[in-house]
Design a protein around this ligand. Structure first.
Ligand code: HGY
Ligand code: MN
Ligand code: MN
Length: 415
């Protein structure tokens, strides 16, 4: 399909246009899930899809589907998608690249007046990041039947606003049922968000799967007291406990190298006053590893360490594992389609397991799935300086185009 080329300039311009919504002074994007800015980006995306002749539907989790007809519209679609929500200090490309690459596939098919056997759909999954509402990938998880609809809609942010309330407020509480329909395949293009492709000088990551994740929420409760008269040995300092917990989380991660990841990303101390001993601290833990057994070992070590820390200081502990997304292998045929497209176009490439979670991880439970990675500068993401080159982004979109069209045409039409 060497003559079917995507328009990299148009893709780049679309990414830069959406990056204006929630643009930050440092060149990043802050567009948290289901905020007014998320609505604004969704509205623009839908207008672009309608200009491209797509029919658009929205489901009860706010997932958006832009559909281009194929020769046989009774066939399950090939779906391409990702997310438009960002981290608070996010970049221009995480998620957005995958959504707009899907739109570029549609636009290119239109330019070429090319009709695929199956329909092609572009999906925007709600709240992939798991930043405002935990856990991550919750709406693709409902689509894949991992979570039920009530669970998804009841996810609340730190101010107690639920996803259901916010979907209604921004007008994206769609009428369609969530999931329960067949897909021929699902593909997601994404920046790698790590350093491997750039360090090895590779243009394309042929994503064979993703590592597992386990998320926890912990509350240590001690006793607020005056920072002056209270003798050190008598204190029940919740922040001291959290500090030891951060050290323990890091130690567990470092003891399972070279692949384990262990992060405390969110911490809230009460009353957060400089001359009061913190009486209560809430914090989160994010564990990752490609091997489920090692993740289980890390889990056991964490529980033991936190019990000891709480006991040593005299703290009460509330401990909850709020999410467990096991390691995911992607579909061999889809992975082969991505690798063949990279080879056909002469792009340097290597197989890679995703360090980050993606909606593809859950959609792979209900459809043959793979991903296409491209490098990002210095492997940095979830940071306002996140950057990627137009050349690499175009190459990834070209590979996505060929893999998706090949899969769409692999199904014989009944017509
Ligand atoms: O956490 C992740 O891996 C993704 O960015 N939601
Ligand atoms: Mn992402
Ligand atoms: Mn992300």
């Amino acid at each position: 399909m060497k003559n079917l080329t995507v328009n990299g300039q148009r893709l780049w311009e679309s990414i830069m246009e959406l990056a204006k919504i929630g643009a930050t002074d440092k060149g990043g994007v802050c567009r948290l899930a289901l905020t007014d800015l998320d609505r604004e980006a969704r509205d623009i995306f839908i207008s672009w899809c309608k200009e491209a002749g797509c029919s658009v539907s929205v489901d009860k989790m706010g997932n958006i589907f832009a559909r281009r007809s194929g020769k046989d519209n009774d066939l399950p679609p090939v779906m391409i998608g990702s997310h438009l929500d960002t981290q608070p200090t996010g970049g221009k490309f995480d998620g957005i690249y995958g959504v707009l690459s899907g739109l570029e596939v549609i636009r290119t098919l239109n330019d070429l007046n090319y009709e695929t056997n199956t329909p092609v759909e572009v999906a925007v999954w709600t709240n992939e990041e798991g930043s405002r509402f935990a856990p991550a990938m919750v709406a693709s998880g409902v689509f894949a039947g991992v979570f039920d609809l009530d669970y998804g809609l009841s996810r609340a942010d730190l101010d107690g606003m639920t996803m259901g309330e916010e979907l209604e407020r921004i007008g994206y509480n769609g009428p369609e049922d969530v999931g329960g329909r067949p897909l021929t395949a699902f593909f997601e293009a994404h920046i790698e968000q790590g350093p491997i492709l750039e360090n090895e000088g590779k243009t394309i990551g042929v994503v064979t799967g993703a590592q597992g994740q386990r998320w926890y929420e912990v509350t240590f409760t001690g006793q607020e007291a005056h920072a002056g008269p209270t003798p050190m040995p008598t204190r029940r300092d919740a922040l001291l406990g959290a500090a030891r917990a951060v050290e323990a989380v890091n130690r567990i991660g470092m003891s399972h190298q070279p692949t384990a990841c262990a992060t405390v990303g969110l911490i809230q101390a009460q009353p957060n006053s400089r001359n009061v001993i913190p009486g209560q601290v809430f914090f989160t833990i994010d564990f990752r590893h490609p091997d489920a057994d090692v993740l289980a070992q890390m889990d056991a070590e964490l529980r033991t360490d936190l019990e000891k820390i709480a006991g040593d200081i005299g703290l009460e502990m509330a401990f909850e594992e709020i999410w467990h997304s096991p390691p995911v292998p992607f579909n061999k045929d889809c992975v082969d389609s991505v690798r063949k497209a990279a080879e056909d176009w002469g792009y340097s490439h290597r197989d890679i397991v995703s360090g980050a979670g993606h909606d593809a991880c859950y959609i792979s439970r209900v459809a043959p799935t793979s991903m296409v990675f491209v490098p990002c500068e210095n492997g940095i993401s979830h940071n306002e300086i996140e950057n990627a080159t137009q050349e690499d982004l175009t190459a990834g979109c070209q590979v996505l185009f060929q893999a998706a069209v090949a899969r769409a045409n692999s199904v014989p039409t009944g017509k």
